[in-house]
Ligand binder design. Structure first.
Ligand SMILES: C[S@@+](CC[C@H](N)C(=O)[O-])C[C@H]1O[C@@H](n2cnc3c(N)ncnc32)[C@H](O)[C@@H]1O
Length: 313
């Protein structure tokens, strides 16, 4: 019986995460395969694949009938049925990658820098799915707070908004949304836009430049934890330049000293980024003021904080 929440079985998470990351489940979703067919499609070692597959059979994710492996109905539900309460889907790849990264803490403690890792398309898919899952329950409240008192049709810049978790509800609320994200993310996510969605993708690294414009609101959702004090101050200054007089900046993140998750989440940033971490309200206030913002307010939404500030005119 699959049980991904069983805390005494991290091995289950690791073997299922690896099978999802490497595409074993994706191929079996298309139809059943013999060991040899599956090994050929994925270019895998037979003994290794047999060992992993048999462990997945014992855990209830795969079944083996008439010399072929296929997904069990429970695995289909957990991994592929977005309507199910049990759905975990590709976000599991992200969990798998987080675990891999956290095992490097001993090395990172010595060097202070994350270990080099190459991320493939499957990793990006996993990351996007995890972001979607975490935004699902809170996006409506966040959009309401951000757009409060702004006119319908406001221009919104969503920095790092590639996963579309907030861009979509902003657009549905009547805003005209521009998303700036990394080119590789834009390439994957632009294909998911629906016809007539008022969202424009602009590929580009915002640590180099922020797209020009005159925006009513700049939304920085879960990006300030990726960068350090210097990077965030610079980013806020760049954002200030592309906002209208009286324009608003909204920062969504775990604020250190307020969110119960901030300290532990900072470890994830330690093992994955050069300068990232979680920051206090005082730090955000100082950086925002240095960049020319004032009227700073903070709201709590389900354990995350949203900080709003206004361009001083
Ligand atoms: C943690 S995700 C947050 C996604 C979304 N804003 C949300 O809150 O669900 C960070 C996003 O910022 C993007 N990002 C990070 N650094 C960036 C940079 N320097 N330039 C452009 N995009 C960046 C990533 O590609 C990713 O899509």
């Amino acid at each position: 019986m699959p049980n991904l929440t069983n805390p005494v079985a991290p091995q289950e998470l690791l073997v299922v995460g690896a099978a999802l990351q490497t595409g074993i489940f994706d191929i079996l979703k298309q139809g059943s395969c013999s060991l040899e067919e599956l090994a050929k499609k994925l270019d895998f070692d037979l003994r290794a694949l047999w060992t992993v597959n048999e462990s997945l059979v014992s855990l209830g994710y795969l079944q083996f009938n008439s010399d072929k492996y296929s997904l069990t109905s429970e695995a289909e539900e957990i991994l592929f049925n977005e309507q199910s309460d049990k759905y975990v889907g590709y976000s599991l790849i992200h969990t798998f990658n987080v675990i891999k990264a956290w095992t490097t803490i001993p090395e990172v403690l010595k060097t202070g820098a994350p270990l080099e890792r190459v991320r493939d398309q499957q990793d990006i898919k996993g990351f996007m799915a995890a972001m979607k899952k975490s935004a699902k329950e809170t996006s409506d409240d966040i959009i309401t707070i951000c757009l409060r008192d702004l006119p319908i049709g406001s221009k919104v810049l969503d920095l790092g908004g590639g996963p579309l978790n907030y861009a979509r509800p902003f657009a549905a609320a009547g805003a005209e949304v521009t998303v700036q994200d990394k080119p590789e993310v834009c390439e994957v996510m632009e294909k998911n836009l629906l016809e007539n969605e008022r969202i424009k993708f602009v590929p580009g690294d915002f640590t180099e430049e922020v797209i020009e414009g005159q925006f009513d609101l700049a939304f920085l959702g879960n990006i300030c934890h990726i960068y350090g004090p210097e990077g965030n101050t610079l980013l806020f200054k760049r954002v200030h330049k592309v906002l209208k007089p009286n324009g608003r900046i909204a920062i969504l993140d775990f604020v250190r000293g307020v969110s119960k998750r901030a300290e532990l989440f900072a470890v994830n940033m330690l093992v994955n980024t050069q300068t990232g971490g979680t920051w206090t309200l005082q730090q955000y206030t100082d950086w925002l003021k240095q960049a020319g913002f004032d009227d700073i307010q903070m709201h709590d939404i389900a354990g995350r904080q949203i900080i709003l500030a206004r361009v001083i005119t």
